[in-house]
Design a protein around this ligand. Sequence first.
Ligand SMILES: [Zn+2]
Length: 279
Amino acid sequence: MWPLEPPAVSARHSFDTCVGNTRDRVRRELLAAAGDSIEDAGMRFRDAAQKGALHGLRTDAFPVPGIGADDAVRWVYKNGMVEGKGRSIYDELMRAPIHERCPMCGHGTVTTLDHFLPKKLFPALCVDPLNLVPACAECNHAKGERVPSSAETTLLHPYLDRIDQDRWLEARVVESSPLWLEFFVSPPNSWEQVLSERTKHHFERFRLAERFAAQANRTLAGIRRQLTSLLQAGGKEPVRAYLADEAETRLADRLNGWEGVTYRALAEDDTFCAGGWPQ
Ligand SMILES: [Zn+2]
């Protein structure tokens, strides 16, 4: 999970931008009149997020007054944001992740904005920038319309949760031929229990162990020839030194990035360094 800077655009400004150009006059006036409710909904959302209480929000408490949920999604999100004047806000949110990597998994390419709280259940938050998280198609699909049911099963929110300064992602070699790395969450002792549980839940929901292991195998396929040369020239220590060096460079940039963690796990495995890869 990669953190992102919270968007600077407010819930109210985003809503007003999205609905301001609605052609149908009656609908436009109805939407404009809902502005205060939208602002209030945005504040309740932020307040609950700050208190770690998103699971306590009731789905019936976030309507757009005078507009049904389906119509709100259609007129505010689809026509107003995706295809309307709010598109600039949409595009800005999509551009936020470094190298276009999905912040939910830290790996996939961003292709969409995911509603952290589903738009059909929380229509008043359908264009709230804090509720719009850039994501890859796989994470977007894996998350679906889920609503957090407890503090422990609330997914990590890239704008709000800051866990990247601590080391929490580990891997170990469980099978060297074919190679299989087991990735797992190992929370530091300083974390509160609920954060540890949330991180594990996030990891499982997005199937990060499997996805990272598949990527690790691709990485290995790319360096296999080089590892064999190093082994033949000088034995396992040059292999280990190379892997440790690659790990250090990557981990300095991203402490919990799967690439750095892969290199570290390989460097720490004696059997692997002695030639335990498919030759
Ligand atoms: Zn993703």
